[in-house]
Design a binder for this molecule. Sequence first.
Ligand SMILES: CC(C)(COP(=O)(O)OP(=O)(O)OC[C@H]1O[C@@H](n2cnc3c(N)ncnc32)[C@H](O)[C@@H]1OP(=O)(O)O)[C@@H](O)C(=O)NCCC(=O)NCCS
Length: 181
Amino acid sequence: MEAKTVKNSQTTITELMIPSYANFGGKIHGGILLSIMDKTAYACASKHAGNYCVTVSIENVEFLQPVEVGDLVSFYASVNYVGKSSLVVGMKVVAENVKMGTARHTNSSYFTMVAKGDDNKTAMVPELVLEEEIEVRRFLEALKRKEFSTAFRDRMQDVKSAFSRKDMDLLSEERCVVGFI
Ligand SMILES: CC(C)(COP(=O)(O)OP(=O)(O)OC[C@H]1O[C@@H](n2cnc3c(N)ncnc32)[C@H](O)[C@@H]1OP(=O)(O)O)[C@@H](O)C(=O)NCCC(=O)NCCS
């Protein structure tokens, strides 16, 4: 299987934010943005994999700035990392106000996708050719993110299994009411 460059699968989708995408506050629904992000990640990952891919996890989804109706939003996707059957697609979202000529970087997220073959089993993906220093940096960052996510999942599993009613004391300062004893 021949290695492929990052550039080979880089994908950009640009879409105009139309009124039917808005919530009651007049801003664009987060779910609309997530759906386009997932589609862009899917296109990018599948092109690298040479197979269809499924989304396994999405990290760092934070909508810190609202996107407005009329904004032209671009979704830039690149493969940052490959494992055996998994890939991490880095996604940058930029919203432009075409009349004012301004652009805002609204968020960056990381999609872990897994390639599947015709038998619906996980399929090996090609190695990634890193041609630039920034591509090396992103690959290494993805390795670290993977390590941190695994550690986080393990810690949360410990928290779940260690739950005891005594922990309810920790709620005394929280804004909740325990409705049973
Ligand atoms: C993703 C999926 C194929 C993994 O199946 P699995 O039996 O756990 O397969 P494996 O253990 O062999 O893992 C396959 C790869 O997924 C990665 N993976 C599995 N779970 C993961 C997780 N929670 N986060 C990140 N990567 C994960 C593994 O590290 C492995 O990567 P590698 O091949 O590069 O080493 C399976 O869970 C699946 O099909 N999920 C449904 C995905 C889907 O339909 N998504 C659409 C949204 S509804």
